[in-house]
Design a protein around this ligand. Structure first.
Ligand code: ADP
Length: 258
């Protein structure tokens, strides 16, 4: 059976002792193997067929294979929306696994902040409009380069922005604002939504934590996005955090060293 060893040197009244511990790690290895199998099953048995289901639904929805009656089109839209939710959950689980196992590669290089933020905002504009939210960049972005993995940075920003939109009332505003000092640049995503009680500010970055986790919550989500965002930010030497007051909205920020 697999063993893990640890040794230590102890000094007591000028004498030297060596202590050795051998620990049976059969159980840990078994859990690691099961986790690996589980992740591989998620990938092959869930993600792959889901990609094909989504492809077919999109084709039918586009009308390319014939015009659809309105009620059928509506049903296809619902199926597409729910297949997107399933896909997000699967992608989040795979991301968590890659982060934990250290398999997620970070390709860090310098990027000019302004065009990057403009792109993230334009990517999320459709989602904002579908919720009646006005999403905008509210101040002049400093001309700075940031050392980040582009795709991962976009993922963190999109997570903050889509949360800000999801947890706002229709007709609300979501603003992206940038501040800088000599040593770092901080991007704030500010909403006027429900806010988060201060006692939960640390917990919401934990895996699967949602402020309203009841089955009746009408706002979809997995509770994984923020934990992934935090772990990714750390890999880029950045920090994430928030200020929030219940009923007054939230300000989620990411601080990147310059
Ligand atoms: P998800 O959004 O999928 O539930 P996240 O990890 O992104 O998962 O967020 C965890 C929880 O933190 C959310 O379920 C919500 O309760 C809370 N939260 C995140 N962002 C906001 C926000 N801008 N306003 C209010 N609550 C938020």
């Amino acid at each position: 059976f697999p063993l893990e060893f640890a040794f230590a040197e102890i000094r007591r009244s000028k004498k030297k002792f060596f202590v050795g511990i051998a620990r049976d790690i059969t159980e840990r290895k078994r859990v690691e193997r099961l986790t690996k199998e589980f992740i591989s099953t998620i990938n092959h048995e869930l993600r792959t067929p889901l990609t094909s289901i989504q492809g077919s639904l999109k084709l039918i929805h586009s009308g390319m294979i014939g015009e659809l009656p309105d009620n059928v089109k509506k049903m296809i839209s619902i199926s597409l929306r729910n297949s997107d939710r399933l896909r997000n959950l699967i992608d989040d689980l795979l991301d968590i696994d890659r982060m934990i196992s250290g398999k997620m590669r970070f390709n860090i290089s310098n990027h000019l902040l302004k065009p990057l933020l403009e792109q993230v905002i334009s990517d999320n504009q459709g989602f904002a409009e579908s919720h009646g939210i006005c999403l905008s960049l509210t101040n002049a972005v400093p001309q700075v380069d940031i050392a980040i993995d582009r795709d991962r940075f976009v993922q963190i920003m999109s997570n903050f922005i889509s949360n800000a939109i999801k947890f706002s009332d229709p007709d609300g505003k979501v603003q992206v604002n940038v501040t800088r000092t000599d040593t770092d640049v901080t991007i704030h995503i500010i909403d006027e939504g429900c806010g988060i009680p201060e006692a939960l500010h640390e917990q919401i970055f934990e895996k699967f934590f949602r402020v309203d986790s009841s089955d009746t919550s009408s706002i979809g989500g997995t509770g994984l996005g923020l934990s992934i965002a935090k772990a990714m930010a750390e890999q880029m030497h950045a920090k994430v955090g928030l200020q929030s007051v219940v009923g007054n909205g939230s300000d989620f920020w990411i601080k990147i060293p310059l």
